[in-house]
Design a protein around this ligand. Structure first.
Ligand SMILES: Cc1cc2nc3c(=O)[nH]c(=O)nc-3n(C[C@H](O)[C@H](O)[C@H](O)COP(=O)(O)OP(=O)(O)OC[C@H]3O[C@@H](n4cnc5c(N)ncnc54)[C@H](O)[C@@H]3O)c2cc1C
Length: 372
């Protein structure tokens, strides 16, 4: 099939900026490019009917790191790197809120990190680390971020909790809907069902080949394909990891509200009205590493349900309403990659498990880099 004359000259045209991927990063990149250069033609190519990666499938934590995560990060990053990551996540959340804040049901509820009875040693160690971590973050937040909490939520077998006063949660669906509306209002063209197979950089343009056989050309191409970048970028420093989630039906007399983390951030749960959403646990299952398959598995779903039954809702019956999976991008460092790869190719990828916080900022920085 070829493009018709009308499609070619009115709907497609040669783009100034062609963004691949319509997740938080791609949408934010498009918005910032269009705001900086409103006369330029910005086109997003998205393979899915919806942006099917992580941005419409995450848990909606507006977070920058628990004590457990930050202490782990300090083992693989310098203090300055950890501090910079927290600053980026905080700035990203502020940017997101400034773009779509009133439309995303943002709740500044804080976040609790839980330790169960098998984690006695870790609980004692991390409790002792609270003052140092608060000291590290002193210049970033007005008040000490973390404190021990004795709040009762009706959980079973939890021996300790650390409260983070500055985190919160939002409605992921509303966030993406609001971003999609913003980019379209700004005049960005979003083409769904457009899977990019390859691209070739030529002296005066980039020619992008779609899986359906059609080609589109652009002055510059920006890859916002996060965990799905390997085929297009051949990047060694990036690997996909699957995260699975489930959400219950509304629970009568639900005893708690809020956002919670455990297992160094690998397990997370929160309330969505009277429902409980739980996700993660991938570190216990090898099959969850290095896959881009958006598929749920019985093992992980059983593990999440068991956590609900044993720890979170020990005396409350519940029914599971939805189950799904999404893919995150990991690397040896948690810092996102925002790079110019060649004269006309740019990438903003590897957002890890806190891309809700980072996505808007990565998009803003990538747009600034490409628009130079
Ligand atoms: C289950 C789960 C829970 C999470 N929970 C949280 C959370 O609570 N808080 C938080 O901060 N972060 C969370 N994250 C991480 C966060 O969602 C991601 O870091 C973030 O959404 C990454 O955004 P992105 O736009 O860079 O990538 P993505 O959202 O993955 O977008 C990449 C897009 O590129 C498209 N694409 C890929 N290849 C091609 C191609 N060849 N051609 C065209 N299009 C292509 C994909 O379809 C996709 O839409 C979670 C992630 C998952 C999976």
């Amino acid at each position: 099939m070829n493009f018709s004359y009308w499609e070619q000259y009115e709907l497609i045209q040669a783009a100034d900026y062609l963004i691949i991927g319509a997740g938080i990063t791609g949408l934010s990149t498009a918005l910032h490019l269009k705001r900086a250069e409103s006369h330029k033609r910005v086109v997003i190519l998205e393979r899915g009917m919806l942006p099917w990666g992580a941005s419409t499938r995450n848990a909606g934590f507006a977070c920058f790191g628990s004590v457990g995560e930050l202490v782990m990060d300090l083992k693989h990053h310098s203090k300055a790197e950890v501090l910079e990551l927290v600053k980026m996540r905080k700035a990203g959340l502020e940017l997101l809120k400034s773009l779509v804040g009133h439309r995303i049901d943002y709740e500044p509820c804080g976040n609790y990190e839980l330790f169960d009875s098998s984690e006695q040693k870790q609980w004692q160690q991390l409790k002792a680390e609270i003052p140092q971590i608060n000291q590290l973050l002193k210049g970033v937040f007005d008040k000490p971020v973390f404190e021990e909490s004795k709040t009762e939520f009706g959980f079973s077998g939890v021996q300790g909790m650390i409260y983070n006063r500055y985190e919160g949660m939002l409605n992921t669906g509303k966030m993406m809907q609001a971003l999609l509306i913003l980019v379209q209002q700004a005049g960005v063209t979003l083409l769904n069902g457009a899977r990019v197979q390859k691209y070739s950089e030529q002296p005066n343009r980039v020619v992008v080949q779609l899986a359906n056989g059609l080609t589109i050309s652009a002055d510059k191409v920006l890859l916002c394909t996060n965990a799905f970048s390997k085929d297009l970028l051949k990047m060694e420093a990036l690997s996909p990891a699957r995260n699975q989630v489930l959400i219950t039906k509304p629970i009568e007399n639900l005893k708690f509200q809020g956002a919670f983390h455990a297992e160094n951030g690998h397990l997370y749960f929160r309330t969505v009205g009277q429902r409980v959403l739980i996700g993660g646990g991938r570190q216990h299952f090898a099959a969850e590493q290095n896959t881009t398959e958006l598929k749920i598995t019985k093992q992980v779903q059983d593990y999440l349900e068991e956590k609900l039954r044993q720890v979170i809702l020990p005396e409350q019956p519940f029914e599971v309403d939805h189950r799904w999976a999404g893919i995150i991008a990991l690397g040896t460092k948690k810092t996102p990659l925002i790079e110019q790869l060649s004269e006309r190719i740019y990438a903003g990828v590897r957002l890890g498990g806190m891309g809700v916080a980072l996505g808007s900022l990565v998009g803003q920085r990538l747009a600034a880099l490409a628009a130079k």
